[in-house]
Design a binder for this molecule. Structure first.
Ligand code: GAL
Length: 409
């Protein structure tokens, strides 16, 4: 008996709603294209898709709307979610038990432990992981770099030299959107480049007070101030995909962003190594900061269980995980999906992830909910954004960071 048949055999016979309501924040061109793969697959299974997009990078707004909906008793079938947020909802007892389906479909064997740590709550599967993104990337316009004679920077000093050349060449050196989660995404990469993996672990995962207020952390903030000098005047509030578009069009040289940015380049018909370059944030090669998008299944009535199970199985289908992640810029959550269909950046993503994981240098992304719970993440964002916008002195920033984290823990 297949996983779905087994699950349904254990349910009372109830007329089934053949629809899933999916709450997500995938509204950019690349993201929407990737999601369409899933929509199409479910439709083939006879399940229609009620789309509930809530725009806002990294899901900040989506999580706010979700809280209001659940409080009002308006429960969606499934919700895109990240790391610690999954654990919070599971702790509240809001999530479905997917163990029967996961056992029958063999999820334990194919989902890496680093993801299971978030997909499961106390040994109970509550979410289906669709991908692994990594955040410590830089995206560059190849023609701009060639024209200005800029080589791919391998460390901080080379990166600064490259940004200077871009500035002198009349393009925006660094495309950025001034939103707390984007500032936080840059911050975690600068931190990793400055202090290495152990420093990242101690600061952003262990939340060690001495590390948070250390001299090295001061260097991290100094570097953030330096990067701030390479932005255009209109960066404030800009969505991440519009920053990607600046690089795509050659208005900007670089963007520091997770590999969902690749989805924008691909959606614009651009090719890696021809039109754009992808490389690890200078000084972080060998380390990977990751986040995984997962579809959390809420506890729903018996009439919605079959559609929900079909959604979970569709997300975990190996063919789907290949097709989806090729478009999305991420790599499959399942370890048994071949990498053949992936482009050069995707292949590098797969190889880097394995290398980092084998070497114990795979770390959860702070900015994308995989290093610390939401309250701590928000506290870090507040300090980083305040400093980035010139409202907090570099000398005071490490102490303020340590204080904010301690209060949020
Ligand atoms: C990340 C998410 C990605 C992408 C990005 C921008 O947190 O994992 O899938 O959507 O935010 O919104």
């Amino acid at each position: 008996m297949g996983a779905l048949a087994l699950l349904m055999a254990s349910q009372p016979a109830t007329a089934q709603v053949k629809e899933v309501e999916v709450v997500h924040w995938w509204t950019s061109g690349g993201e929407a294209a990737a999601l369409n793969v899933l929509k199409g697959n479910l439709q083939k299974e006879g399940i229609s898709w009620k789309d509930t997009p809530i725009a806002g990078g990294s899901g900040v707004q989506a999580m706010t709307v979700l809280r209001a909906r659940v409080t009002a008793g308006n429960i969606p079938t499934t919700v895109q979610m990240l790391g610690f947020d999954i654990q919070d909802w599971a702790e509240l007892g809001s999530l479905a038990d997917l163990n029967a389906i996961a056992a029958k479909d063999g999820w334990d064997k194919v989902v890496p432990k680093a993801l299971q740590r978030f997909s499961k709550y106390k040994d109970q599967w509550v979410a289906a992981p669709v991908n692994v993104h990594s955040t410590n990337w830089v995206w560059a316009n190849k023609a701009v770099l060639d024209k200005l004679g800029i080589a791919v920077p391998k460390n901080w000093d080379e990166f600064v030299a490259a940004l200077d050349k871009a500035k002198a060449g009349g393009v925006v050196p660094l495309a950025h959107g001034g939103q707390p989660w984007q500032d936080g995404t840059v911050f975690e990469a600068v931190l990793l480049a400055t202090g290495g993996g152990d420093f990242y672990q101690k600061a952003l995962i262990d939340l060690d007070p001495a590390t948070l207020k250390s001299d090295k952390m001061k260097t991290v903030f100094e570097r953030m101030s330096k990067l701030r000098t390479y932005l255009d005047p209109n960066f404030s509030g800009r969505d991440w995909n519009l920053a990607s578009a600046m690089v795509i069009k050659g208005e900007a040289a670089f963007q520091m962003m997770g590999d969902w940015a690749k989805g924008e380049f691909i959606a614009a018909g651009k090719k890696p190594d021809v039109d754009f370059l992808c490389f690890r944030f200078p000084g972080t090669q060998g380390n990977v900061t990751f986040n995984s998008d997962q579809f959390v299944m809420f506890k729903v009535g018996d009439d919605r269980k079959e559609a929900q199970a079909k959604m979970a199985l569709a997300v975990m289908d190996p063919g789907f995980q290949s097709a989806f992640n090729v478009v999305k810029g991420s790599v499959p959550a399942r370890t048994d999906v071949p990498g053949d269909a992936f482009d050069a950046c995707g292949k590098k993503g797969i190889a880097d992830l394995k290398e980092a994981s084998d070497a114990g240098k795979l770390y959860g992304s702070m900015a994308h909910g995989h290093a610390a719970p939401a309250g701590v993440k928000q506290a870090i964002f507040d300090v980083v954004t305040k400093h980035f916008n010139g409202q907090l002195d570099t000398a005071k920033a490490p102490e303020e960071l340590a204080t904010a984290v301690a209060a949020a823990k």
